[in-house]
Write a protein that binds this ligand. Structure first.
Ligand code: ZN
Length: 451
């Protein structure tokens, strides 16, 4: 089926273009023309942006959003949150996972994300016995199919409770595998992904706490050139434990012992020295920044100015999914840096350059690389794009990069109008086309889990 759309403006890989016609065929962009008038049968919109990659999500955690905002008895606030998370997952079934992930994925699409990197570690049943096949991965695939979101599945290898191969704790029983079992789980996940047209399969050693050096090198080999994601240097306690174990900091250890390259994504990379920052940028790996979750958990701030100056690549992730919103994620990314450096427009690429454009294009490029997918409005790519509502008051008078600046910094919610995935419109007037049944199923699932 062919279909043509016309936009007054569109953000193409080479920059903004006017009077753009997209010719879609079979879910992909067959041809792009610019500087041409609309034809009578074209669907017409004002402005088109490429869909954004969300490079780091734990979908099920969306179900506990807002439930861990109380001070615990321990001084260590992150681990208090983790305890709530473990209690929440104790009862979750594959059907619950599918319901919660569908809500999270619908909200991702509504905010302008069109692909997610799902860092998936809830593998086994509530007592820790493996499901037949990969039931939890199948639930995530079902949520991606129901909502239309593109999926890069990153099955997580998780074997230990702390540095140096410590035995896992009972709270981790649903996550734990050996290498052989993990390889089987990954094969079953590959089979489950076949129903999706453009899914990507990578893998994720959970963190240096959860894998030994030998396991990490086996996983890097298993991945080949597929995406490899790992949590690294999110919390100071983790950095200190890594120093005690190895004499090195987590990112320093990875730079020296793992084959970091363009298919690697270090999620968070919050606590780095100047030397680590420089070397991570040079490695070609992507820093997976999750500003809303990092703020929610009190992690700290990434060394953005030095990393950007060294040419480092970054993308954004919604991680805990406590609040899902692409623009707000980018706004927090910039605002954290402004507060830390008492300066404005930290991400902007030079004098008079737009901060919104640097945030948007940086995360599009880095996130697509990290998720192993071609993204952006280019011929041959999947027809994944977003239209903004030109009638939104915050977008008044916008042109070119101003669309991005005004959307990210001034529009709050309601600026995203339509979202298309593989040429099919899945969000209309800011709402996912299946929002009502997905939300009803989500509400009954959460009520049951919390009863
Ligand atoms: Zn995470």
């Amino acid at each position: 089926m062919t279909q043509n759309l016309h936009f007054a403006e569109a953000l193409l890989p080479g920059g903004w273009a006017q009077d753009v016609r997209l010719h879609l065929s079979g879910g992909t962009i067959a041809r792009i023309e610019s500087g041409v008038d609309a034809q009578p049968d074209d669907q017409k919109h004002t402005v088109a942006l490429p869909g954004l990659p969300n490079l780091h999500s734990h979908a099920f955690q969306h179900g506990m959003a807002g439930l861990a905002e109380r001070r615990g008895s321990s001084a260590d606030s992150f681990w208090t949150w983790r305890d709530v998370m473990y209690r929440f997952v104790d009862r979750m079934t594959p059907d619950d996972m599918a319901a919660i992930a569908a809500m999270a994925y619908a909200e991702m699409l509504e905010s302008g994300f069109t692909r997610v990197g799902e860092f998936h570690y809830l593998h086994h049943d509530p007592v820790g016995i493996p499901y037949a096949g990969a039931a939890m991965a199948e639930a995530l695939v079902a949520a991606a199919a129901e909502t239309g979101l593109a999926l890069t599945l990153l099955p997580v290898f998780y074997a230990h409770a702390g540095f140096g191969g410590q035995d896992p704790s009972p709270g981790q029983r649903r996550f734990i595998t050996g290498l052989g079992q993990f390889a089987a789980l990954r094969e079953a996940s590959a089979a489950a992904l076949r129903v999706l047209p453009d899914a990507v399969l990578g893998l994720a050693p959970h963190s240096l706490r959860a894998v030994t050096p030998d396991e990490l090198s086996a996983l890097a080999q298993m991945a080949g050139t597929a995406p490899v994601h790992i949590h690294a240097a999110e919390q100071l306690a983790e950095v200190e434990a890594c120093l005690v174990w190895s004499g090195q900091r987590p990112v320093e250890w990875l730079l020296g012992h793992a084959p970091l390259g363009p298919n690697w994504c270090l999620v968070h990379a919050t606590h780095m020295t100047a030397d680590e920052t420089q070397r991570l940028a040079q490695s070609g790996a992507v820093a997976g920044l999750c500003p809303i979750t990092e703020a929610n958990l009190g992690d700290g701030l990434f060394a953005a100015p030095d990393y950007l100056a060294a040419g480092g690549k970054f993308g954004i992730g919604s991680d805990s999914n406590v609040l899902i919103d692409a623009a707000e994620e980018l706004r927090w990314l910039e605002y954290g840096q402004r507060l830390a450096h008492r300066s404005r427009n930290v991400f902007a690429r030079g004098p008079d350059a737009s901060t919104g454009a640097a945030l948007f294009e940086g995360t599009l490029f880095g996130g697509a690389q990290a998720l192993g997918a071609a993204m952006g409005l280019a011929e041959g790519n999947a027809a994944d794009f977003v239209t903004l509502d030109p009638g939104h008051p915050a977008l008044t008078g916008a042109k070119a990069d101003q669309w991005l600046d005004q959307w990210i910094f001034a529009a709050a919610r309601g600026a995203v109008d339509g979202v298309w995935r593989r040429g099919k419109q899945v969000v209309s007037s800011g709402r996912h086309v299946a929002r009502d049944p997905i939300a009803a199923n989500y509400r009954s699932t959460i009520a049951r889990l919390l009863a």
